[in-house]
Design a protein around this ligand. Structure first.
Ligand code: FES
Length: 316
């Protein structure tokens, strides 16, 4: 855990603030790679993940961008309302679940709305290393697009394409941009669920290989829980069996019996709770594992995923 202080909070766009964080004792912060995020521990115990959007060579600060989302579970509102210059926060070391592929000959970066944050860091890194890339940034309007001036002032500004819904002539033509996939070109997408689905579907329709498609979700889509049933989990090490009722997660039931599984996002995005499955078939509800990884059925995210079989045996 790292203690940091907010040295600069700026309004970057409508409902989007950036927070510049430095360590309380002035020491360099742990190095990070483009696409990494940190867990931010808010004063009342909430933990939220935010991508780092500064240049990944920097060690003297971390920069995060936060969209105040009234539909969120409260973390972003709390940051906007309670965290100002001089506030202290506890953060985790950076983790990267959305890394750039070293072998890419060229990268195409797509950001939707606040999804620009990890993409910015990626663009900085790619430009710094002289790599070939383009960045497409989609937002509802220029007022809602954060960091536009930074992009315009950047040494890679000619690689940036802005697409605003309010300016139909700037609309992104995904089929055209993604036409004729080449083997060493990688695609990175971050933004709202519908935006990401559209781009990933467009890429697949054009014949892009699944392992060339990289994505990071900010929030899970709402899940219909109405048909959820009960099932059991067996703790592999002790043989204890617990019933998971329809309205509880595996993590909640195990925790109530003193068995802790580390969690962070609690919605299947971060992978913190990933647990190996020894027997049974999980019903995957996460956005962390790839489709191929899910199909192996040898691990699952007990914060949200359930079971297709009456019993799951877990490697804990
Ligand atoms: Fe994030 Fe389970 S806690 S995936």
């Amino acid at each position: 855990m790292i203690d940091v202080v907010v040295v600069s909070r700026k309004n970057e766009a409508q409902d989007i603030c950036s927070y510049e964080l430095v360590s309380v004792d002035g020491s360099p912060l742990p190095a990070f790679s483009a696409g990494a995020h940190i867990d931010v521990h808010l004063p009342d115990g909430l933990i939220r993940q935010y991508s780092l959007c500064n240049h990944p060579e920097e060690r003297h600060r971390y920069l995060i961008g936060v969209l105040k989302d009234s539909a969120s579970r409260g973390g972003s509102q709390r940051l906007h309302e309670q965290i100002h210059n001089g506030a202290r926060l506890r953060i985790s070391e950076p983790r990267n679940l959305f890394p750039l592929a070293d072998e890419a000959r060229r990268s195409i970066l797509f950001a939707g709305g606040i999804g620009i944050t990890p993409i910015l860091s990626m663009a900085e890194h790619l430009a710094h290393t002289g790599a070939d890339f383009d960045l497409h940034y989609c937002a509802r309007s220029s007022e809602r697009a954060a960091f536009v001036q930074r992009l315009k002032d950047s040494p890679f500004s000619e690689r940036v394409f802005l697409h605003f819904d309010e300016q139909p002539h700037t609309a992104l033509d995904a089929a055209k941009v993604l036409a004729a996939p080449e083997d060493n070109v990688h695609l990175y997408v971050c933004g709202p669920g519908g935006f990401m689905q559209h781009l990933l579907d467009s890429a697949r329709a054009q014949g892009w290989r699944e392992d060339r498609l990289h994505r990071e979700y900010f929030a899970a889509a709402p899940v219909d829980n109405s048909q959820d049933g009960r099932f059991s989990v067996k703790v592999g090490s002790s043989g204890q069996v617990f019933e998971i009722p329809a309205d509880k997660t595996v993590v909640q039931v195990l925790e109530s019996h003193g068995i802790e599984i580390a969690v962070s996002c609690e919605q299947g995005i971060c992978g913190t709770c990933l647990t190996r499955v020894l027997e049974g078939v999980p019903e995957h509800r996460d956005l962390f594992l790839t489709e191929d990884e899910q199909a192996l059925n040898d691990q699952f995210t007990p914060c949200c995923s359930r079971s297709k079989t009456p019993l799951l045996v877990l490697d804990i």
